[in-house]
Structures are given as structure tokens and as C-alpha cells.
Design a protein around this ligand. Structure first.
Ligand SMILES: CC(C)(COP(=O)(O)OP(=O)(O)OC[C@H]1O[C@@H](n2cnc3c(N)ncnc32)[C@H](O)[C@@H]1OP(=O)(O)O)[C@@H](O)C(=O)NCCC(=O)NCCS
Length: 276
């Protein structure tokens, strides 16, 4: 949807920072909250100030004692043989593997997760974990603790910021998106007994550390978010643990991450095939 279409479909007045903070508070986001946020800017209707305003409203809602976290996923360990959207000719694969730039925590842009996390990543003082594909950004008192250790292997598992958010009793906010992008459910994939947890994918890339580049190899499970939307819907209807409200024109959902992940572990074990 173009920006013009967003303007045309916005009911009433556009969303301001002040109204966004009020609506976030009405969702139960209080000062001091630690919160992982997934967003679609256009779903909010036209916002005065766009992504910057959304970032500032989220930070204001949790206040100086709260911590905002967003995914900062990137493609710095490319495996073009696995690309589907779009696929690239096989004749290009070797060139892509050789010439792709290394992951640089300051330079590497986010990819496919929206303009709000990309804007947040570039805000002065925002920290980013070091991972070529599944880094996270955070700012606030818990940012260092949440991002300090990010295991290259199993990048959304026990050695990731997702698990540190779990330890800290964080909240998840879905702003105009459904559970299909609810990354915390990946943590449940590592904890549940299902067949993909025992399968491995290999990755190779490079990382800038100081003034040097380091080649890295790492592995991950064969995760998938294909059933996360259904899982999330059932979590909502069977637990009542999701607060649903509006921010601008968007449906917003706030939940505690721990019960979500714990429910996800049980649900995945029941709904996905198990290892033979
Ligand atoms: C993919 C995704 C980001 C697309 O959402 P989106 O709203 O279309 O994209 P963005 O958030 O980047 O916002 C950009 C759009 O905002 C709109 N826009 C521009 N200015 C705007 C304004 N001031 N106010 C509101 N919308 C505006 C434009 O239509 C723009 O689209 P365009 O770049 O095609 O012109 C979203 O669907 C999603 O999945 N978000 C969650 C991602 C995530 O956290 N994933 C975790 C991985 S498991």
C-alpha cells in the first residue's frame, strides 16, 4: 500500500505521538515495562512523523525505567541456494557467497521487518546484538544485559536475547501484525519436542569486529513460523492472556512473553510431527 493509500484510508485525524502514548497506556503498557515490539507502520493509519513518532511513543510509554526491544534481522550469512523470495540463478550463488558484505553492527541494515525497527536501530544510543541474521536492538536500562551474549548457533534459542527477555518477564507488543511475526514463538520451537528441532541448517558469513573481519560458521534448527498465526489465535482464545486494543487504525496485542512461550512449547509438541 502506498503512502497515498494510507492517507486515503485513515479514519478521522492522523495518529500523533500523544495519542499513541495514551493508547499504548490503555493497552497496559506502564512505565518500567520491558517490551519486544513487532510493527507495521501502515497498519496504524497515517502517523504524523511516521516511524520516528512510533519509536518515540513506544519509548515514552515505557519511560526511562523501561526497555524497548525490536528485532534487527539481516541477511549477513547468505545462503542463496535457500532463497525463495526471490530465488536467484544458481550461476550467481558462488559470487553472492564470496562478495556479500560482512555483518557490521553499525552499518548492516535490517531486512524485511519494517521501517520502525530500522529507524530504532539508527537512533543514537540504541544497542544491537552481534548476530549476522537474527540480531536484536534495545534501549533502556536492561539493553546491555539482554543483548550482551548472542550465541551464533541457534540464534533464537537459549543463548539469544529472546531467552533473556523470558528470564526478565518481558512483554510482547504486536502493533498491527498478527502472531505470524511473533518471534518469541521461535524460542518455543527450541524447547518443544518436534521433528525440526533435531534437524540442522548450516550458515557461513563474516562479522566485523573492531577493525578486523572474522569468518564465522554456525548452525540452527529447521524452524518455521508457518503455524504461528494459528498458535497465537489459540493462545488468545484459550488463555485470555492477550490484551487486545487499538493504536491508531491498527489492532494492537500485548501479552507477557513467558506464558506465550510456555503455551507455545506445549502446542508445538501437540501439533507438529515428532521425531521418529
Ligand atoms: C513486513 C511488514 C514490516 C510490512 O509492514 P508495512 O506497514 O507494510 O511496512 P513498514 O512498517 O516498513 O512501513 C512502511 C509503509 O508505511 C507506509 N507509510 C509511509 N509513511 C507513513 C506514515 N507517515 N504513516 C503511516 N504509514 C506510512 C507506507 O505505505 C510504507 O510502505 P512503502 O514503503 O511500501 O511505501 C509487517 O507486515 C511485518 O511483518 N512486521 C513485523 C516484522 C517482524 O517483527 N518480524 C519478526 C520476524 S519473525
Amino acid at each position: 500500500m502506498s503512502e497515498g493509500e494510507v492517507v486515503a484510508s485513515t479514519p478521522g485525524l492522523p495518529l500523533t505521538r500523544r495519542r499513541a502514548v495514551e493508547e499504548l497506556r490503555a493497552l497496559g503498557i506502564t512505565p518500567g515495562t520491558t517490551m519486544l515490539v513487532h510493527t507495521s507502520l501502515r497498519s496504524l493509519g497515517w502517523v504524523v512523523g511516521g516511524a520516528e513518532t512510533v519509536v518515540l511513543a513506544l519509548e515514552e510509554a515505557v519511560g526511562p525505567t523501561g526497555t524497548v526491544v525490536m528485532p534487527a534481522f539481516s541477511l549477513s550469512a547468505p545462503e542463496p541456494s535457500r532463497w525463495v523470495a526471490p530465488p536467484v540463478p544458481e550461476a550467481w550463488w558462488a559470487t553472492i557467497r564470496r562478495d556479500w558484505p560482512p555483518f557490521d553492527v553499525d552499518l548492516t541494515p535490517t531486512r524485511g521487518i519494517g521501517v520502525v525497527p530500522e529507524t530504532f536501530r539508527r537512533q543514537r544510543g540504541t544497542l544491537r546484538s552481534v548476530h549476522p541474521t537474527t540480531s536484536f536492538c534495545a534501549r533502556g536500562p536492561l539493553a546491555v544485559e539482554l543483548l550482551r551474549e548472542h550465541s551464533l548457533d541457534f540464534g533464537l534459542g537459549e543463548g539469544s536475547p529472546l531467552a533473556r527477555l523470558y528470564d526478565r518477564g518481558a512483554h510482547v507488543l504486536l502493533l498491527g501484525v498478527d502472531h505470524s511475526t511473533n518471534s518469541s514463538l521461535h524460542l518455543a520451537e527450541y524447547r518443544a519436542d518436534w521433528v525440526g528441532r533435531d534437524r540442522r541448517q548450516e550458515f557461513a558469513g563474516r562479522i566485523v569486529r573492531g577493525d578486523r573481519e572474522e569468518s564465522v560458521r554456525f548452525e540452527d534448527i529447521e524452524g518455521t513460523s508457518d503455524d504461528f498465526a494459528e498458535l497465537g489465535r489459540e493462545f488468545e482464545s484459550s488463555t485470555g492472556a492477550v490484551t487486545v486494543g487499538r493504536v491508531g487504525a491498527a489492532t494492537a496485542r500485548r501479552m507477557e512473553q513467558r506464558p506465550l512461550v510456555d503455551y507455545g512449547v506445549r502446542w508445538l509438541a501437540e501439533h507438529r510431527p515428532r521425531a521418529a
